[in-house]
Write a protein of this length. Structure first.
Length: 335
């Protein structure tokens, strides 16, 4: 069986993985680097199709896959980064060995912006389980600096990665609260959501550290997104529990309006904050755990991503075409 096309070596890769021969499978993936560009693209697409159903199956060849992050073809680099995201989400341990090349792509200011975004996303999934592997000062700096990028979909991935860093170890970002707070008014809703969630996670371990973000958190109580209002209420409740917030009538009034809201997400969190402040309409002063904070995040993100009633993309605002594919033709976001 020859290697004149990507098809034969690709099939052999799956056979080797099925035979529990990861070293041989990695070697076979490496041979694809010498194939023509169209074959390399086809191989990455084929691996992506496998990852859709069995991402953990590809974990053993993550090191060889990561070599394509340096491919001369931009589409191959992007496909590789997306493939590593899928693997990392299902099996972060498999991607832990390839943190260095992912960090290199994140730091490469000449890289295609979406490659950098996907690299950040993959690093974030690793950070949840292996924070020490991802939280080197230079990586954290690149993640934070990335919040300044022009492309909103890139900032969303960077904010998500920072949220995951906090989930892995809340202490890692406790000294970055003021910088995270500076971006709580970012236009993309998911940037605001992920950053407010990160601040809540930090506050579960270090509530006093939230003090520099008190003002931007108060502003998020008026956010147009209920999930963001709920996260802000949780964070302010945690800060109040540490005696770090200034109690006043306007704060109590705003929290009371959220406690009476129709959505349980924000109502429950507002009642927690009111309970901390001693309001009769509040609930018991029970500090939420990290797991409780993250519980329901996937559903919250799905709700935020849902199309607007006016048929516009929730990510970039583009008006959706009728009968189009289930993704935005401008930014690639799902809807």
């Amino acid at each position: 069986m020859g290697d004149s096309s990507a098809t034969d070596p690709f099939d052999h890769i799956l056979d080797l993985l099925g035979d529990d021969s990861p070293e041989a499978a990695n070697e076979r993936v490496a041979t694809l680097q010498s194939q023509p560009a169209d074959d390399r693209k086809a191989a990455i697409r084929s691996l992506q199709s496998v990852a859709e159903d069995r991402p953990t199956f590809l974990g053993p060849i993550a090191p060889a896959i990561a070599e394509f992050l340096d491919d001369e073809e931009r589409s191959v680099r992007l496909g590789t980064a997306k493939l590593l995201v899928a693997i990392a989400e299902a099996d972060s341990a498999a991607v832990k060995p390839v943190v260095p090349p992912l960090a290199d792509r994140l730091a490469d200011d000449e890289a295609f912006y979406y490659v950098r975004a996907r690299a950040a996303e993959a690093l974030g999934y690793v950070a949840v389980e292996y924070p020490d592997a991802v939280t080197a000062p230079e990586i954290l700096a690149d993640l934070r600096i990335g919040l300044e990028f022009d492309e909103p979909e890139t900032r969303e991935k960077l904010a998500k990665a920072l949220e995951h860093v906090a989930l892995g170890d809340p202490s890692r970002l406790r000294h970055q609260v003021d910088r995270l707070g500076d971006h709580l008014d970012d236009e993309p809703e998911l940037v605001r959501y992920h950053l407010t969630t990160a601040l809540v996670v930090i506050g579960t371990a270090h509530p006093e550290a939230l003090s520099p973000a008190e003002h931007p958190l108060r502003e998020r109580l008026d956010d147009e997104v209920s999930q963001i209002r709920g996260r802000a209420a949780s964070a302010l409740g945690l800060l109040a529990a540490a005696d770090g917030t200034v109690e006043d009538g306007s704060l109590r009034e705003k929290l009371q309006s959220l406690a009476d809201a129709a959505t349980a997400f924000e109502a429950e969190r507002a009642r927690f904050a009111l309970g901390v402040l001693g309001s009769e309409s509040g609930t018991a002063r029970v500090v939420p755990t990290i797991d409780e904070t993250y519980d329901g995040t996937a559903d919250a993100v799905a709700d935020i991503r849902a199309p607007d009633d006016d048929g516009q993309c929730p990510h970039c605002g583009l008006e959706f075409p009728e009968n189009g594919p289930p993704m935005c033709p401008r930014c690639g976001g799902p809807y």
